[in-house]
Write a protein that binds this ligand. Structure first.
Ligand SMILES: Nc1ncnc2c1ncn2[C@@H]1O[C@H](COP(=O)(O)OP(=O)(O)OP(=O)(O)O)[C@@H](O)[C@H]1O
Ligand SMILES: [Mg+2]
Length: 250
């Protein structure tokens, strides 16, 4: 593993957690902060119909890119398993600050209200649980509010067709949505067929994220790959972030 080192460290960590078992909502973010984003925050939703496709990993890596570029970012963990929250709790205090919420799909409205009240927020990154189709009304509300839905897919097997079907669903719901190939093995023979299948579904992020040990290990560091020196995978996520930022218009 490459050395862990924080770039641009400057802010202390603060937690705004909506705990699924008894939320005591605290906001340390000053309400009188100067508002920098007059249009309100852009919402990025990580969603898929397949577990283990990279929703959580993509969510925190993109949030880290945004935070390191000086944007005010909130991550929202709607998975009761709390993988994104586990990552967040490991985040070193000197790392660029990211606001954090943890709740469940069923209690999403509470998070929604809190997010709407935060001044100066640029970006909200929402991580959803697997089997999200079980939460029909909530996922439809999230889709409607999201400025971009990103659907990660693993390479090969049934994953691309499941991702493509989910993308079709999102488009039927009039969402702005795109697939992204995660866990890419660019030298294996399923690489191009997977990209073709995802591209045929409508929208595909032009940058894939390779399957890399350095990326896998970031979850135990509370860092994004950008913040790990000499790590492989930085350029993969830089490509994805450039695409996402442009799609979101921020
Ligand atoms: N590009 C990658 N390279 C290496 N490992 C990766 C990559 N992307 C994700 N992983 C690893 O794959 C596993 C699944 O990723 P992740 O937890 O992000 O998926 P998920 O879609 O959020 O899963 P779930 O549906 O269970 O919430 C994790 O162990 C993660 O560290
Ligand atoms: Mg997850």
């Amino acid at each position: 593993m490459a050395d862990a080192a924080i770039l641009n460290g400057k802010d202390s960590r603060r937690t705004e957690s909506l705990d699924p078992v008894g939320p005591e909502v605290t906001t340390s973010d000053s309400e009188d902060n100067e508002r920098t984003n007059r249009d309100g925050p852009r919402w990025l939703l990580l969603t898929s119909a397949k577990g283990g496709s990279g929703k959580t990993t993509t969510a925190y890596n993109l949030a880290v890119f945004a935070a390191n570029e000086g944007l005010k970012v909130a991550i929202v963990d709607l998975d009761a398993q709390g993988a994104l929250t586990t990552w967040y709790r490991l985040r070193p205090p000197e790392a660029p600050h990211i606001l954090h919420f943890w709740s469940t799909m069923n209690r999403f409205q509470e998070v929604f209200d809190r997010l709407e009240a935060i001044h100066g927020l640029d970006l909200v990154v929402i991580d959803t649980p697997p089997a999200v189709e079980a939460y029909d009304s909530t996922i439809k509300r999230l889709i409607r509010r999201a400025d971009l839905c990103l659907v990660p897919s693993n390479q090969g097997g049934v994953d691309p067709s499941i991702a493509a079907n989910w993308l079709h669903f999102l488009k039927r719901e009039r969402a702005r949505a795109a697939c992204i190939l995660n866990h890419a093995k660019t030298n294996s023979r399923s690489f191009k067929p997977t990209k073709l299948a995802l591209a045929a579904a409508g929208s595909l992020c032009p940058f894939e994220v390779r399957s890399l040990e350095d990326i896998k290990e970031t979850v135990t560091l509370g860092l994004g790959i950008l913040e790990v020196t000499r790590a492989q995978g930085v350029e993969d996520y830089r490509g994805v972030w450039t695409y996402v930022r442009s799609e979101l218009g921020i």
